[in-house]
Design a protein around this ligand. Structure first.
Ligand SMILES: Cc1cc2nc3c(=O)[nH]c(=O)nc-3n(C[C@H](O)[C@H](O)[C@H](O)COP(=O)(O)OP(=O)(O)OC[C@H]3O[C@@H](n4cnc5c(N)ncnc54)[C@H](O)[C@@H]3O)c2cc1C
Length: 408
């Protein structure tokens, strides 16, 4: 279940095994989430970072793909319930990923879209580009300023990437295209609740990331909690920021499927056994963002390499069970973390090695192109990035849908 990093890795690792695989996803495509912010900021088009799951698995004869929504499980009868039917299984791998958490303020979602799916990215892009259009048509200067104020909530990698890209759009991409407004006068404010951006990174890199963001023109507000979000701005305790575009990059909540399988942590991730199985159900594995796994006292992070490793591990354990061998515990191999901030600005932490600036940015570019699925996507992204580097152009600036900004 799930054609993301975890589910695809599991299906592929079972390619040579004597099994029949059914991969179920409610969308027809796999999304390379690490580049979603590029779609959200018009740098890349949706098909550049996604591929039909059916196409990815086309040569794997033992795998079939079903487009359907998983709604529940009957663990005793070994059945998966779909919105429009059910499936039997001998082994199951659940890798349904995560969505947003608005920390109990579900009403904020309407005003501050998050970034998890392709639909989210297209909606963020729509709002960002329309904000400049609305500003251009405003006579009232105060309202014009509101349209030119962008607030990004959450100073993790996604918030940092979004904020950096927004300043680049305002300062460079839109230069010379408007007559009434100066896009470069736009304010981009990044709000983070803890005392530094990129909290999972070493404090030295957080500090460098902050400085790189400020150099790009982002106003960074750390140690600041958002207490309200509405259609006209955000409330930060006693302070009000009037802004028509608010983006959410703060909370993550695992798929609701986790709670249907057993005990979960606060983020809704299922507490799995060390071999990634569901307690008392050795035939059901959980992989990726949906699995709560602790190693050496630290939680395994919700990142693509962890999901891929878990998916592969679940597949290997299934093969071991078929061969009558005992299952093995999962061991996460941390290959490091990278976060980009903007042009020639990024941070990287690989073991005890810490890098920032141009070198980290080049590493980020290379790794993301390498791990993208499909030759076409790699070629197109490389071309788009080279063009963007030379011209600051963002080629995916077509807005579809109505000009109103707050979705009903
Ligand atoms: C904006 C963003 C930026 C990121 N940047 C990075 C990064 O730079 N580096 C990094 O390593 N990680 C990054 N991550 C995290 C990484 O993408 C995730 O850890 C990874 O995608 C998790 O893989 P997964 O297989 O668990 O879930 P996903 O990749 O989310 O896949 C889940 C799949 O399950 C399907 N699904 C969900 N529910 C159902 C259902 N009920 N029925 C049927 N199908 C269902 C979904 O459609 C989806 O295809 C980022 C994530 C986001 C959102």
């Amino acid at each position: 279940m799930g054609g993301g990093f975890g589910g695809l890795a599991a299906a592929r690792a079972l390619a040579g095994a004597p099994v029949r695989i059914t991969l179920v996803d409610r969308r027809n495509h796999h999304v390379f989430q690490p580049l979603l912010y590029q779609v959200a900021t018009a740098g890349l088009a949706a098909p550049d970072i996604a591929a039909p799951i059916r196409h990815i698995l086309r040569s794997q004869r033992n795998a079939a793909v079903i487009l359907a929504e998983v709604t529940g499980f009957d663990l005793r009868r070994q059945k998966v319930t779909l919105a429009d039917g059910e499936l039997d299984y001998e082994f199951a791998v659940v890798a349904a990923g995560a969505g947003h958490s608005y920390f109990g303020h579900g009403d904020w979602a309407r005003h501050a879209p998050g970034l998890k799916t392709m639909e989210d990215a297209v909606e963020v892009r729509r709002r960002v580009l329309l904000a400049f259009e609305h500003a251009e048509r405003q006579e009232d200067e105060a309202i014009q300023r509101e349209w030119l104020t962008f607030v990004v909530i959450g100073g993790g990698p996604t918030g940092v990437e979004l904020a950096g890209a927004l300043t680049e759009i305002a300062r460079h991409t839109l230069r010379g295209e408007f007559r009434r407004i100066q896009p470069r006068s736009a304010r981009v404010i990044l709000v983070e609740g803890t005392d530094r951006v990129l909290p999972p990174y070493h404090p030295e890199l957080s500090d460098k990331a902050r400085r790189q963001l400020e150099r790009l023109g982002v106003e960074v507000r750390t140690g600041t909690l958002v207490t309200g979000v509405d259609g006209a701005g955000v409330q930060l305790g006693d302070e009000r920021i009037a802004a028509r575009t608010v983006l959410w990059a703060a909370g993550v909540a695992a798929s609701p499927l986790g709670r249907m399988l057993g005990a979960c942590d606060r983020a809704g991730r299922l507490q799995v056994e060390p071999d990634l199985t569901v307690p008392d159900h050795p035939e059901v594995f959980v992989a990726g963002d949906l699995a709560a796994v602790t190693q050496a006292g630290k939680p395994v992070p919700g990142v693509a390499p962890a999901a891929t490793q878990m998916g592969r591990h679940a597949a290997r354990n299934i093969i071991r069970m078929l061969e009558g061998q005992p299952r093995r515990r999962f061991i996460y191999k941390d290959k490091g973390s990278l976060a980009t901030i903007g042009r020639k600005a990024a941070v990287a932490e690989i073991g005890s090695l810490r890098m920032s600036g141009l070198l980290a940015w080049l590493a980020w570019l290379g790794i993301h192109i390498f791990f993208l699925i499909g030759f076409r996507n790699r070629a197109v992204v490389m071309f788009e990035w080279a063009l963007a580097y030379l011209t600051y152009a963002r080629s995916a600036r077509i807005v579809l849908g109505p000009p109103e900004v707050d979705a009903p």
